[in-house]
Design a binder for this molecule. Structure first.
Ligand SMILES: NC(=O)c1ccc[n+]([C@@H]2O[C@H](COP(=O)([O-])OP(=O)(O)OC[C@H]3O[C@@H](n4cnc5c(N)ncnc54)[C@H](OP(=O)(O)O)[C@@H]3O)[C@@H](O)[C@H]2O)c1
Length: 250
């Protein structure tokens, strides 16, 4: 039987690359994102085995609507996200709550919906696209880092809960990936300032994450450069370097 994947944020960047990867292998893919135009472009590109759902996943009603509309898939890729920079206190309470729900609370709701069904089936995979921000302090992106840390802790805990029942949860922690996310947040300077060797393409993230998920791994840091530097993440030196690279120069 054709396998079915639900991919949140499947209309661009990592999510679209994931959808393409699975489509090429004959999967049926359901994409959830906000923009109907982008979803339609993705659907046309991916072909007839694609369904789309236009929902705002920063709200619990949007997540509830998605859960009512789609059957629990064989694989859930919880990927939708944005980034928001801003020093402490600069996001309104509403903006902060939406960001936390999109990146963490909504993912928890989706996993609480799919997890028990997969457990009853005795099979299933869940992939959570978190961030290397879960491993290191991120001054001026503290809410993003907090939400990614929370969703990583949740995913790793549920992995250990569900693994004995044939269900894996794999948390991916990418570094810089060439997608729309930074320009969308007004962080255009990053494309100029962050050195080329620090950028991954979405296809690499997908290939390595999917391999880790198929192997039933709990966590994956895509890209050799990020795996090698992991022991230094969070160190004083890494903090100073990171601030220099990401400070807007012009
Ligand atoms: N790019 C990086 O450097 C990087 C690094 C680490 C982690 N990540 C994580 O990777 C994930 C994917 O990001 P990306 O880099 O691929 O970014 P992207 O190209 O901007 O794609 C983001 C996707 O999420 C969807 N989305 C955003 N807000 C949404 C909302 N409120 N409701 C429903 N869908 C929403 C977007 O759809 P619409 O356009 O319709 O809103 C789009 O499909 C995110 O969780 C991000 O935090 C990215």
């Amino acid at each position: 039987m054709t396998q079915h994947a639900l991919i949140t944020g499947g209309s661009s960047g990592i999510g679209l690359a994931y959808a393409h990867h699975l489509s090429l292998q004959g999967w049926r893919v359901s994409l959830a994102a906000q923009s109907t135009e982008k979803l339609e472009v993705a659907r046309k590109w991916l072909g007839p085995n694609t369904a789309t759902y236009a929902v705002n996943l920063a709200s619990s009603s949007g997540v509830a609507r998605l859960m009512e509309s789609v059957p629990v898939p064989d694989v859930l890729i919880a990927n939708a996200g944005i980034t928001r920079a801003g020093s402490v206190g600069t996001l309104s309470q509403g903006e902060s709550a939406d960001l936390q729900y999109l990146l963490c609370g909504g993912v928890i709701d989706l996993v609480q919906w799919a997890g028990p069904v997969m457990k009853a089936r005795g099979s299933g995979r869940i992939v959570i696209i978190s961030s290397v921000a879960a491993e290191t302090p991120m001054p001026n992106s503290s809410i993003y880092a907090a939400a990614k840390t929370g969703v990583s802790a949740f995913g790793r805990s549920i992995h250990r809960e569900l693994k004995p029942h044939g269900v894996s949860v794999t948390v991916a922690l990418p570094g810089y990936v060439r997608t729309e996310i930074h320009a969308r947040a007004g962080l255009h300077h990053l494309a100029r300032q962050v050195p080329r060797w620090m950028w991954l393409d979405p296809q690499t993230v997908v290939k390595e994450t999917e391999r880790a998920s198929l192997a039933g791994k709990e966590m994956i840091i895509p890209g050799r450069v990020y795996r090698m530097t992991r022991p230094f993440l969070g160190s004083r030196l890494a903090d100073v370097l990171w601030r220099q690279l990401t400070r807007r120069k012009r």
